[in-house]
Design a protein around this ligand. Structure first.
Ligand code: GTP
Ligand code: MG
Length: 645
């Protein structure tokens, strides 16, 4: 009994042990599988998503972070390097305060105007020395001058060098100026905390590099102030230049040098109205000023002079339209540029995708053609083998089946008629041979009959010669048998002659037939060779033309079928990483600017739609702020009227 209990106990322990092993194995198996799946997923995510972006600070900073990251992600694709560069430059500009470009034809007073805005003579103004390089005026605690060269490098210079580096007239700096992309001047000026001002070379200067430098910079501006001289305002070239600006950059038009108008001759306001009409809707506002008088009036504390410069009118527009709206205008401008940048990026990817798809189609087509060529070659070779004349056989009797030949065999018709001719000859020959054979048979029968007759005659002659009384020849030929035998002999001999003649004729017919036969056989062999040649030349021609049809040059030039791979990867990055980052930044912007959140979207197209929605909302806010300002002005007016009363 004890033994049974011990045995049962051992059995139970063993069972539990086995169960544990099984469950452990299956558990560890499951665990391994889960881990594998997790790792795979992680890898997928890691491939397209880096660390999650956390936004802090200004909305501009958020959008800048996204652009920097996007630029880094796309610059690994060779074909997108220039897009990455543009986006990186845009990112850097997006962090700057509002970029206000002062543009206009030469000598309209741009540099003087900037000095007046800043209240300090930081820029060189001259009747002759023209501004030769784009100069960005930025806020800095310390005054400084940085030169950015065309090769991408930059270098600090003492401030005194500004004139030499920026003004056309200075011969010293000419060589170095040709290498400059733009200048940056840092000034501790409070206006520059709000905006970055850009002084540009005059557009109609003789030096075309001035125009190029200015136009290159136009893309970077967030706002344009267009300066013109009242005397030359609204010329067709100028109108074309202004019209060429982006819609978003519709400029505020400053008519400068109004101090030069002789009030005795012209009414300033009428003149300004007239210019405004001429400018039409290519500008957003128009004010007339004298930058020089304003600067001088301020410097000399001459209130009257300052008032007459009408600087206050400009200052109001400047405050309302720019200084009070810096954040909105900057954000709108950055979003418009970002949208444009992404659109171009998408277009590049789409164009490349098309190009690579076309390349892969060409390669596919070529490999299909090559496969077809291979098949055709096999088919033709089989045909050639099948058409080899079998030596040792009489060609004339071989059945020539041209219908098995493909129609594409050159001179098919010619071959066919040749074949018919040979067949015709063959039929006649056949008939002649048959007739000869029949005649031969007849001749043989005649010969047999003739031989028979001879034998019979021989017998009869022998019998006659023994039919005499003494067993010899009879003395008297009472029955005329001898005579009959002699006649028969004459008949037989003449028949023999006739048969000999027949035999001779028969032989010559046979010789002639053999000659005809060998001649026709030769002709048949020529025909066979002809067919073979035709097949061979058709093979080489067809194969050559098939291979020539492949556009090898285009296939060679598209070395990058791998391109499709990067295009797909780029697309994936755009639709996942970029779109997700951008979407988050846009939500952050909406929150920071107090804009209503819009619908959730997906992919890069969705993010683009969201950008558009925000641009519309910001434009609405800008208009609303302007309206608020006007209402406020009216209230102030009412208030002052009340005061006067
Ligand atoms: N009378 C008058 N002269 C002015 C006014 N503004 C500028 N000037 C003069 O016009 C000349 C050219 O002025 P700048 O400020 O150098 O003109 P700019 O447009 O910067 O010239 P570029 O850089 O060569 O295109 C200087 O002699 C200025 O003193 C103005 O309002 N009235
Ligand atoms: Mg200038």
């Amino acid at each position: 009994m004890k033994i049974i209990i011990v045995l049962i106990f051992i059995a139970v322990v063993v069972l539990i042990f086995i169960k544990n092993i099984i469950s452990h194995t299956s558990h560890s198996k499951r665990k391994i599988d889960t881990n594998k799946v997790k790792t795979d997923k992680k890898q997928d995510v890691r491939k397209f998503k880096n660390d999650i972006l956390v936004f802090e600070g200004s909305p501009n900073k958020a959008i800048c972070d996204v652009m920097v990251r996007t630029s880094k992600e796309i610059q690994k694709f060779n074909e997108l390097k220039s897009n990455a560069k543009t986006m990186d430059a845009l990112a850097r500009d997006s962090e700057l305060p509002l970029l206000v470009a002062i543009m206009g034809e030469c000598k309209t007073g741009k540099s003087t105007f900037i000095n007046t805005i800043l209240g300090e003579d930081c820029l060189k103004c001259d009747v002759t020395a023209a501004t030769a390089v784009v100069t960005m005026l930025k806020y800095g605690e310390e005054k400084a001058l940085v030169v950015h060269f065309k090769d991408g490098s930059s270098e600090g210079y003492p401030l005194e060098k500004l004139e030499e580096l920026s003004a056309e007239g200075d011969p010293e700096g000419k060589k170095i100026r040709s290498k400059i992309s733009y200048l940056e001047m840092y000034l501790p000026n409070p206006v520059l905390r709000e905006i970055t001002i850009v002084d540009t070379p005059g557009l109609n200067a003789d030096e075309s590099h001035h125009t190029i430098a200015t136009k290159e910079f136009m893309n970077r501006a967030d706002k344009v102030l267009w300066l013109l001289s009242y005397a030359k305002a609204g010329s067709s070239t100028e109108m074309a230049e202004i019209g060429g600006l982006d819609d978003n950059l519709k400029p505020i038009c400053i008519v400068n040098r109004i101090d030069e108008i002789d009030p005795e001759e012209d009414d300033i306001d009428e003149m300004l109205d007239d210019i405004e009409k001429r400018m039409g809707n290519v500008i957003s506002h128009l004010v007339g000023i004298s930058a020089l008088e304003a600067r001088e009036g301020r410097k000399n504390n001459d209130a009257e002079r300052f008032k007459e410069s009408r600087w206050e009118q400009f200052q109001k527009v400047f405050n309302d339209e720019i200084l009070c709206q810096c954040e909105n205008i900057k954000m709108k401008s950055v979003l418009i540029k970002l949208k444009d940048c992404i659109q171009k990026l998408n277009l590049t990817i789409i164009a490349k995708e098309k190009e690579y798809k076309e390349a892969s189609r060409l390669v596919n087509d070529a490999s299909k053609t090559l496969a077809a060529v291979k098949q055709k070659k096999m088919y033709y070779n089989k045909l050639l083998n099948d058409w080899s004349p079998k030596l040792g056989e009489e060609c004339i009797y071989l059945t020539v089946t041209l219908s098995e030949l493909p129609e594409e065999i050159k001179n098919y018709e010619q071959l066919n008629s040749q074949k018919k001719k040979i067949e015709g000859i063959g039929i006649v020959l056949r008939k002649d041979i048959d007739r000869l054979v029949d005649d031969g048979k007849l001749y043989r029968r005649q010969m047999d009959y003739h031989n028979n007759e001879i034998e019979k005659l021989k017998g009869d002659i022998e019998r006659y010669n023994k039919s005499g009384i003494f067993g010899g020849k009879p003395i008297f030929d009472f029955d005329g048998n001898n005579k009959k035998n002699e006649n028969r002999r004459a008949d037989v001999n003449s028949k023999a002659e006739e048969l000999d003649l027949q035999n001779e004729q028969f032989r010559s017919r046979k010789t002639e037939l053999i000659a005809r036969f060998s001649r026709d056989e030769h002709e048949t062999q020529v025909f066979w060779a002809n067919v073979r040649n035709q097949i061979t030349s058709t093979i080489s021609d067809n194969i050559e033309s098939m291979i020539n049809n492949i556009d090898w040059n285009r296939i060679d030039s598209k070395s990058g079928l791998d391109g499709l791979k990067w295009v797909l990867e780029a697309r994936n990055i755009m639709d996942n990483n970029v779109a997700i980052d951008l979407y988050k930044a846009l939500e952050y912007i909406q929150e920071s600017l107090g804009l209503e959140q819009t619908n959730k979207t997906v992919g890069i197209d969705g993010a683009m739609k969201k950008i558009e929605e925000i641009i519309i909302k910001i434009s609405g806010n800008i208009i609303k702020n302007n309206v608020d300002n006007i209402i406020q002005e009216d209230n102030d007016l009412e208030f002052s009227k009340g005061k006067l009363a």
